[in-house]
Design a protein around this ligand. Structure first.
Ligand SMILES: C[S@@+](CC[C@H](N)C(=O)[O-])C[C@H]1O[C@@H](n2cnc3c(N)ncnc32)[C@H](O)[C@@H]1O
Length: 230
């Protein structure tokens, strides 16, 4: 029996931004390395890639280093997060244009982007169909998409272990009780599959690991072998 979803009811926890940004400064490289392994397809010169819910921007900043031929943008609803993205951009001496906006209303024209990515942001979104329809609109017909987030129906022992680890990591940060709010507000793979079917969003594919939900489009790895997660 899957627990009912409890919306986060806020876009970002203001009290944790600095700590989150510091942690992301260390973890961004690992996440970008994993994304590079999952994509395993090169970009063409000038390909445009948006990171929806970029937060401190460390993932697209490292991806920009891995793929200098592409142009990465960070988009986030929280100006304080974008300030952190600018800080990391200066620190890493990598250019990352950032935009303030919502994933459900992307500031791009139809069929303009080569790729959209989004990490650990979908649980903030109460109407996933709106975000996915926007991604469908802005992506070129052969555009790629990679979204990773928690899944609410992860095993209970992992849920509690992750929450405890997070509480320790964020011990000094006010306003954060752990990771449980994020996981409780996350979507299950079954809910996303139903949402895609109900809205005729046929380009997307749903994959899952024990703890994560992945929504993809045009990623060869998953088209060829849907169970091969890394
Ligand atoms: C948990 S953080 C993840 C940040 C980054 N992707 C990472 O993995 O390090 C989620 C981010 O999503 C942003 N966010 C929340 N709701 C959003 C929305 N509707 N549109 C765009 N960004 C949003 C928050 O401001 C926050 O920066």
């Amino acid at each position: 029996m899957v627990r009912e979803r409890i919306p986060e009811s806020r876009e970002v926890e203001e009290g944790t931004i600095t700590v989150f940004s510091r942690v992301a400064g260390w973890t961004g490289y690992g996440a970008a390395w994993r994304v590079r392994a999952i994509m395993a397809q090169p970009f063409a010169a000038g390909d445009l890639v948006v990171d929806i819910g970029t937060g401190p921007g460390t993932i697209p900043l490292h991806l920009q280093r891995f793929f200098p031929e592409a142009v990465f943008f960070g988009l986030d609803v929280a100006p304080a997060m974008l300030a952190q993205a600018r800080y990391h951009s200066r620190r890493m001496a990598v250019d990352l244009p950032v935009l303030c906006g919502q994933g459900e209303s992307l500031p791009f024209g139809d069929n303009t982007l080569d790729m959209a990515i989004s990490f650990f942001t979908m649980h903030h979104i109460d109407e996933p169909a709106r975000l996915l329809a926007e991604v469908d609109r802005v992506l070129k017909p052969d555009g790629r998409f990679l979204l990773i987030d928690f899944r609410r129906d992860m095993p209970a022992f992992i849920y509690h272990a992750m929450n405890t680890f997070w509480q320790l990591a964020f011990l000094l940060s006010p306003g954060r009780r752990g990771l449980m709010e994020s996981i409780d507000s996350a979507w299950t793979p079954a809910e996303i599959r139903a949402c895609l079917a109900a809205n005729g969003l046929s380009r997307f594919q749903v994959n899952q690991s024990r703890t994560e939900l992945l929504i993809t489009a045009g990623i060869k790895k998953f088209e060829e072998n849907p169970d091969d997660l890394c």
